[in-house]
Design a protein around this ligand. Structure first.
Ligand SMILES: [Zn+2]
Length: 50
């Protein structure tokens, strides 16, 4: 059975706190802690906390 209605997902950008580059996309169902992404612009590791 196909889902006719999509859940209302709101997508947002996660910005690097150092250089404000967009580094990840998340939606409003996301929960994250202890996830690290290395920013390609400033080469710093950023912990994703949502
Ligand atoms: Zn950065």
């Amino acid at each position: 059975m196909k889902r006719l209605k999509k859940p209302p997902l709101v997508r947002k950008w996660y910005y690097c706190p150092y250089c404000h580059t967009k580094i990840a996309v998340y939606d409003n169902t996301a929960k994250a802690a202890g996830v690290y992404i290395k920013c390609r612009t400033c080469k710093k590791e950023v912990e994703i906390r949502i």
